[in-house]
Design a protein around this ligand. Structure first.
Ligand code: M6R
Length: 357
């Protein structure tokens, strides 16, 4: 069942080129996105969009929300489901609510969905499991095609959610007769090959993991879309390796977290968004000056000095970078856990599907 891999997590990481391709299949054409499942929705009636989910799916929402907001100029709010359901959100029939859940059975996400329906909102589920409760309860469902995800730590479900949320953003922009970014459309189909190449650098990411194996703490920093990526990287690391990991918006470092940086602190930084990458890199220099060992993921367009462990990601449209940087962050988490002898597929205290609140 593990196809020769030692763990489901590693198998699922390696399945990503294939499942991303499956998620794109039949949906991306030269000049447009086709999502037949939502062809009856009139998107012009909405004045606001909510993205709601838990855990990794919430991190996918943080990316999807930024992409949708930029593509459509609609105001977008992203909220964790356990907050949304108790926060009396201001929603009505002009609100589009998008719920993301791999299992489709997460109690808080389902409750948040039902609340939105009771207020007359239109609801779209992004699900992975066919026939799951979320797909039965939502007005419309779009499926990621990740296949069964067995490891508790979500990997392939996350990257396929990112891809599908990008398609959804482009589709809504199209429906609203806005200019669709042709560049992203063209590059979506290149993602599987890029992901495959990143996986080939596993050995290198396993070496980065050696920097973490004896650490109690690790800090992740990024801005804009990269902040969502580092939140996910930190979650992955803590859930499988039990290394305490915190993710910060790089611009917030000076407002407190930099007090934690000392000689030998590991900082994992992501700087792929051109409008803010130089700012993040300057924050990195501040951590280097305080003795941090930095691992940086960036693109060839950025100028970097003094950072020994810099990994250059392929140059693609910045809105697609979250899919690429997910791969090294997953592999760093995986190898840190593996070196420490942790049960990678079944981390302590966690269940694959959280069906109670
Ligand atoms: O099945 P869901 O996508 O609704 O699950 C949400 C979270 O419980 C899940 O993503 C969790 O955070 C993962 N274990 C993270 O790897």
């Amino acid at each position: 069942q593990k196809d020769g891999y030692d763990t489901y997590m590693l198998k699922e990481i390696n399945e990503q080129p294939h499942v991303i391709n499956e998620t794109l299949r039949g949906r991306v054409f030269e000049d447009k996105v086709v999502l037949n499942e939502i062809k009856d929705v009139d998107f012009s009636k909405f004045n606001k969009v909510y993205f709601v989910a838990c855990g990794t799916a919430y991190h996918a929402c943080l990316c999807g929300a930024q992409i949708l907001e930029r593509a459509t100029k609609l105001p977008v709010i992203t909220q964790v489901a356990s907050e949304f359901r108790y926060n009396d959100p201001i929603i009505d029939e002009k609100t589009l609510c998008i719920y993301v859940s791999q299992s489709g059975e997460t109690a808080d996400t389902l409750a948040a969905l039902r609340l939105a329906k009771s207020k007359g909102c239109t609801t779209i589920a992004i699900a992975n499991v066919l026939g799951s409760t979320i797909s039965r309860d939502a007005d419309y469902t779009l499926y990621t095609c990740a296949g069964p995800e067995i490891a508790v730590a979500s990997t392939k479900a996350y990257t396929t959610q990112l891809v599908l949320l990008t398609l959804l953003a482009l589709y809504i922009a199209q429906d609203l007769h806005l200019d669709v970014d042709q560049d992203i459309l063209n590059q979506l189909n290149d993602l599987p090959a890029y992901v495959e190449n990143l996986i080939k650098d596993e050995e290198l990411f396993a070496n980065y993991a050696k920097m973490l194996k004896d650490k109690h703490d690790c800090y992740f920093i990024g801005r804009s879309l990269d902040y969502a990526s580092v939140l996910e990287g930190a979650l992955k690391l803590k859930e499988v390796s039990y290394v305490h990991a915190d993710a910060y918006i790089a611009g917030e470092l000076k407002h407190g977290p930099i007090a934690l940086i000392e000689d030998g602190t590991v900082v994992i930084a992501v700087a792929t968004q051109p409008h803010v990458a130089a700012k993040t890199i300057s924050n990195i220099q501040e951590t280097v000056a305080r003795g941090a060992d930095v691992i940086l993921f960036t693109t060839e367009n950025e100028e970097v000095n003094n950072v020994k462990n810099t990994y250059i990601l392929p140059s693609i449209n910045p809105l697609l970078q979250s899919v690429l940087v997910a791969i090294p962050l997953q592999l760093i988490a995986y190898h840190t856990a593996n070196i420490k002898g942790c049960d990678v597929d079944k981390p302590r205290n966690l269940a694959k599907s959280v069906t109670v609140e």
